[in-house]
Design a protein around this ligand. Structure first.
Ligand SMILES: Cc1cc2nc3c(=O)[nH]c(=O)nc-3n(C[C@H](O)[C@H](O)[C@H](O)COP(=O)(O)O)c2cc1C
Length: 175
């Protein structure tokens, strides 16, 4: 098999839910967001928007509103990934979600390559979580929260897993 450092980072990426208290450097945060904003987006509309959450009270409120994201409170930083509906191609939510999801995956891979750890915390399409994020961050109407990311230096080690399943792949025809 061909060797590729980029593939190593893809294969070794795991959701990290335990963090050291050490802060994440602003220079790393900027690199991570640069990677996020290098993702493909429909007609290059780049509708993604990011809210960095490092205020403890805000982090706590956010964690409280996410049923599977309570550990966000112990992460040194969170990132709320949103999309701007007025910027998305055709004003369509479907494009916004695909664009933001591509940005999130780039972000997670950048995190892994920097020796940091992160977890994608689902917001969209759960109405109650979307409403909670809208309230906590006072988002304008055109801004749709998609996901929250918990981020920090990992305090747990996770092995990579091989999730390749050849039965999920079809060639030319479904059968
Ligand atoms: C749309 C989406 C929502 C997710 N929401 C959560 C979440 O709320 N809490 C959580 O701990 N993990 C969440 N995850 C992470 C998944 O649980 C994780 O990616 C999956 O179990 C595979 O494990 P891995 O990331 O370690 O490979 C989410 C992932 C996606 C793509």
């Amino acid at each position: 098999m061909k060797k590729s450092p980029a593939l190593d980072y893809i294969f070794s990426r795991r959701s990290i839910r335990k963090y050291k208290p050490d802060p994440v450097e602003d220079s790393s945060l900027e690199l991570i967001l640069k990677a996020a904003m290098s993702a493909p987006s429909a007609v290059a509309k780049d509708p993604w928007r990011f809210v960095i959450i490092d205020d403890f009270e805000l982090k706590k409120k956010t964690a409280d509103a996410l049923p599977h994201g309570k550990f966000l409170v112990d992460a040194p930083v969170g990132i709320l990934v949103c999309g701007d509906l007025s910027a998305a191609h055709g004003g369509l939510e479907g494009y916004l979600i695909q664009d933001c999801s591509a940005a999130i995956e780039n972000l997670l891979l950048a995190v892994n390559s920097l020796g940091l750890g992160a977890c994608w915390l689902g917001v969209y399409p759960r109405e109650e979580r979307i409403d909670a994020m809208r309230n906590i961050f006072e988002l304008p109407k055109n801004i749709l929260p998609v996901a929250c990311i918990s981020l920090g230096y990992p305090a747990e080690e996770k092995k990579s897993r091989d999730r390749y399943n050849p039965s999920y792949v079809h060639r030319n025809h479904w059968k």
